[in-house]
Design a protein around this ligand. Structure first.
Ligand code: ADP
Length: 595
């Protein structure tokens, strides 16, 4: 835990050093006002209030002789005013401390959240595909929220209570040894006894909290999957199964929370019982040693503040243990390394490559370890339009995904214009590529903004010309605000074909030398596909284009076709030649019937 806290502090506390110092100062003031101020008031100021002007002078007057010059009635007034003064100082310092600590907590969490999200953007696609998305969302939103919630509740106690405890304990020791009897020192044993529940429950709380957060992640995953597959759920009447899945995830979450609450709430009654025991011990031994009421009250006040601040520090410590569960889950993401990183000394790519692509002895396996591409050697000259065909699962999409370096080759190399894709930055490499996938992924925002994403800083004229080239314009008339119409999440409000046109316009505006069309029309009906094919053909002109095809009709302009089978290229050539020489190609082609 210590190293985790140190690491966390270096990353997230040091940048806010100024706020930390203010927190410490205000915490110190509050603590001193409570821990020292109140018991010492009882010991030194109360006797002045109850002094009748005759008899032995109160201690404070003996220590500060100048007080003896002040009139008795004025002294009384001053003594009475000092109590609200101590509480006013405590109140102002406490307010300042709470505000500063909360601001600090919010700032720290903001940087933590952003750091984790930033890190997720750099993690390999394979990692993100392997993880349950709901759980990642839960870590970024719920776990940081949990840490923030805990911090805002306990952060001021983390500083204030231990200092109050030390101040009150010092006052207690002073009073004990100046006015008490030696056997009263045995009360210190109770303090040791009080520390036990705090330490003993810490571990369990941390473990339960981590489990509870993991279960919250599971709950999020169930909800996310459920919302994403509503059509299937309704069509196949899967609602009871979904409800059962949710209920079971929810019950496990609840079970852990209940256990967590039990441990958390146990600490207060235990501490309070120990405090009462210590007080009665003090009362009995004080009475036996003939201690006066004001000495006893001062000692009791100091002891109360010692125990009370210890209890609150313990509570804060245990809530921090709860936050630790979340911190560990965030740390898991932050510790996840990206094996696909930019090179230390990247080579400079020209602003616009020609578009030659080479696969040299490429073998590739996903995490499962089974090669899905085997010893591929292929040269695609710039400007060539290449179709990739083959049975499902043969490796076509994987082949295309190696060019933008979404995955790293297991053996061999992939080169663009003779440069290994591992020798240049991913940013430079991906600047040279446009990809249109099966599902056009649109973001919330206007149609225009969605097109402009292809090229940051695109001019109005460039966006308009891309929209015309992709014939987005043909459906803009039906949109309430034309190209400025705001789309829902995922492009809600447009048909599949219309979304695909926006994605094509995005590729047009990017104007990259290499184009990958990965089953770009697979999700469209034949009619929409025919309509869009023309725009795709014109987009491909003059670019090195890879078309992962499920229908041969999309390959009518391909100069060359690569036939994939079980991770190998078993045919390479133009349609006529392959039809005559490659049995697999002939079989696939005949099955579909026509070009
Ligand atoms: P195609 O595009 O020809 O249908 P893919 O390239 O998508 O084929 O898949 C090739 C093989 O790799 C298949 O056996 C598939 O199951 C496997 N595969 C695809 N994506 C992954 C992944 N993310 N993790 C593990 N295996 C995968």
């Amino acid at each position: 835990m210590i190293s985790r806290i140190l690491n966390f502090s270096k990353l997230f506390l040091l940048p806010h050093l100024r706020w930390l110092i203010i927190t410490l100062i205000t915490g110190l003031l509050t603590a001193a006002a409570s821990g020292l101020g109140v018991p010492l008031m009882v010991k030194f100021v109360f006797p002045i209030v109850f002094w009748d002007g005759a008899g032995e002078q109160p201690l404070l007057m003996q220590y500060i002789p100048s007080l003896q010059q002040i009139q008795h009635s004025t002294l009384l007034l001053l003594a009475c005013a000092s109590m609200p003064l101590v509480f006013a100082v405590r109140g102002v310092a406490m307010w300042g401390n709470h505000v500063v600590v909360n601001v600090l907590g919010i700032r720290i969490l903001e940087s933590l959240r952003t750091t984790v999200f930033h890190h997720v953007q750099q993690l390999p696609i394979a990692y993100l595909e392997g993880q349950r998305k709901g759980d990642i969302v839960s870590r970024i939103v719920a776990d940081t929220g949990n840490v923030q919630n805990v911090l805002s509740h306990v952060a001021n106690d983390l500083v204030k209570q231990p200092i109050t405890c030390i101040c009150a304990f010092c006052a207690f020791l002073y009073l004990l040894f100046s006015t008490g009897s030696p056997e009263m020192a045995l009360v210190l044993l109770f303090i040791a006894l009080a520390a036990w529940p705090i330490i003993s429950f810490g571990k369990r709380i941390s473990m339960r909290a981590q489990q509870a957060q993991a279960e919250l992640g599971e709950l999020n995953t169930v909800v996310q999957q459920n919302l994403e597959t509503q059509r299937e759920i309704r069509a196949y009447a899967l609602e009871p199964r979904e409800i059962a899945d949710f209920a079971s995830a929810s019950v496990s979450y609840k079970r852990n929370l209940v256990k967590l609450v039990k441990y958390q709430r146990l600490i207060i009654p235990i501490m309070e019982t120990v405090t009462a025991l210590a007080l009665s011990f003090l009362l009995i031994s004080g009475k036996q040693s003939g201690m006066g009421l004001e000495d006893f009250l001062a000692l009791a006040a100091a002891m109360f503040f010692t125990f009370d601040s210890m209890k609150k520090a313990g509570q804060a410590f245990n809530r921090m243990n709860e936050a630790q569960g979340s911190l560990m889950r965030l740390e898991e993401i932050l510790n996840e390394e990206n094996p696909i990183a930019d090179p230390q000394n990247p080579k400079q790519m020209p602003p616009r490559v020609r578009g030659d692509i080479d696969f040299r002895n490429v073998t590739f396996a996903y995490d499962t370890g089974k090669p899905v591409l085997k010893d591929i050697n292929i040269h695609i000259p710039a400007g060539q339009i290449v179709g990739l065909v083959g049975p499902s699962g043969a490796g076509k999409t994987t082949f295309a995904n190696l060019i933008p370096r979404f995955y790293e080759v297991t053996q061999g190399s992939v080169c663009v214009d003779g440069m290994d894709v591992r020798d240049v930055t991913m940013h430079d490499l991906r600047e040279q590529l446009a990809i249109v996938g099966q599902q056009a992924l649109l973001f919330s925002g206007s149609i225009k903004e969605n097109i402009a994403l292809g090229k940051p800083g695109a001019t109005e004229a460039q966006i308009q010309s891309a929209a015309n080239a992709a014939r987005v314009s043909i459906f803009l008339d039906n949109q309430p605000q034309g190209i400025d119409t705001v789309l829902g999440q995922g492009g809600a409000g447009l048909s599949g074909g219309q979304r695909q046109r926006v994605a094509i316009a995005r590729a047009f505006v990017k104007d990259a030398p290499i184009l990958i069309l990965d089953e770009a029309t697979a999700s469209l009906d034949a009619e929409s596909e025919r309509e869009i094919q023309q725009e795709l053909d014109s987009l491909a002109q003059g670019r090195t284009t890879l078309i992962v095809a499920h229908r041969f009709s999309t390959l009518r302009n391909a100069h060359r076709i690569l036939v994939f089978d079980h991770g190998r290229i078993v045919g390479d050539g133009p349609h006529d030649e392959l039809y005559a020489t490659c049995p697999l190609y002939k079989e696939l082609f005949d099955r579909q019937g026509a070009v």
